[in-house]
Design a protein around this ligand. Structure first.
Ligand SMILES: C[S@@+](CC[C@H](N)C(=O)[O-])C[C@H]1O[C@@H](n2cnc3c(N)ncnc32)[C@H](O)[C@@H]1O
Ligand code: SF4
Length: 251
């Protein structure tokens, strides 16, 4: 096994950087969401790294030891960071590192995403969350996001050289739409989908109850599909879409 200094010296480092705790959405099982009313968790401070702070810690030397930097975020959405453009520009211009990121994709506009794709080219891989093919199903979990805007932003980024992928959290309420989500992703120009059955049903608690933004009780139910079969990446091709459709129809 290679040690840290060898990985560093060869420029093979992969860095996970949490650059913000801000988010426009309130997915009920997210670590940042208070399941009692869907506001931000009380204990979580609102923070973000500006470009100056980013450059202070991720110096050019650090950048040049990196193969990739990953902006997923444990406590927020990386694209809510006010300096995300400058951060990407710095990485692209000052190094050869690739950028990987996850987003709910429901902010900014298609022009902004197009420009980002032109700036980063094939060094950017971006996952967009799509959890349903209609607004109601999608936002049962992705609260506060707009499926139409997400699709428009995704189409725009996918028209550049950037790699665009779908990320779907599987529940009982959206599992029957998975093949159609794959179809939709394919039509929008995404190349693959990463499916993950929600892993936040602690102690096998199902249903998982929360209080919504209107003070009403709502439930999330665990997907009853085969967890081993459906925690993986699928290429968005006809064969895979039909396989998932067939699985759904046989249940
Ligand atoms: C806190 S989010 C930050 C990134 C971005 N805001 C997003 O949601 O894609 C980190 C990751 O957790 C995933 N996630 C959210 N809820 C989940 C759940 N119930 N089960 C599994 N993964 C989940 C998100 O899809 C994302 O890939
Ligand atoms: S979009 Fe991401 S960070 Fe925001 S609430 Fe949902 S899972 Fe959490």
């Amino acid at each position: 096994m290679r040690d840290y200094s060898e990985i560093y010296d060869k420029g093979d480092l992969g860095l996970w950087v949490d650059i913000t705790t801000y988010c426009n959405a309130s997915c009920p099982q997210c670590h940042r969401t208070n399941p009692d009313g869907l506001g931000k968790a009380n204990w979580l401070p609102l923070l973000q790294w500006d470009i100056k702070t980013f450059k202070k810690y991720i110096t050019r030397e650090v950048l040049n030891s990196c193969d990739n930097l990953e902006f997923c975020g444990t406590w927020g959405d990386p694209f809510m960071n006010k300096d995300i453009w400058k951060i990407c520009e710095y990485i692209i211009k000052e190094s050869k590192a690739k950028i990987k990121c996850n987003t709910n994709g429901s902010f900014r506009n298609p022009d902004w995403w197009w420009d980002l794709g032109v700036l980063c080219g094939d060094r950017l891989t971006c996952y967009f969350d799509i959890d349903g093919i209609d607004q109601e199903t999608h936002s049962k979990y992705r609260r506060g996001t707009d499926l139409e805007l997400i699709k428009e932003n995704l189409v725009s980024l996918a028209a550049t050289k950037a790699y665009v992928k779908i990320f779907t959290v599987l529940f009982k309420h959206n599992q029957d739409q998975l093949a159609d989500i794959m179809e939709l992703g394919k039509e929008c120009g995404a190349e693959s989908i990463y499916v993950v059955p929600s892993d936040r049903f602690h102690w096998r608690v199902t249903p998982w109850t929360f209080i919504n933004e209107d003070g009403e009780e709502e439930d999330l139910h665990k997907s009853d599909w085969d967890q081993r079969e459906f925690q993986r990446t699928f290429k968005l091709n006809r064969r895979n879409i039909e396989r998932v459709r067939e699985y759904a129809s046989q249940r």
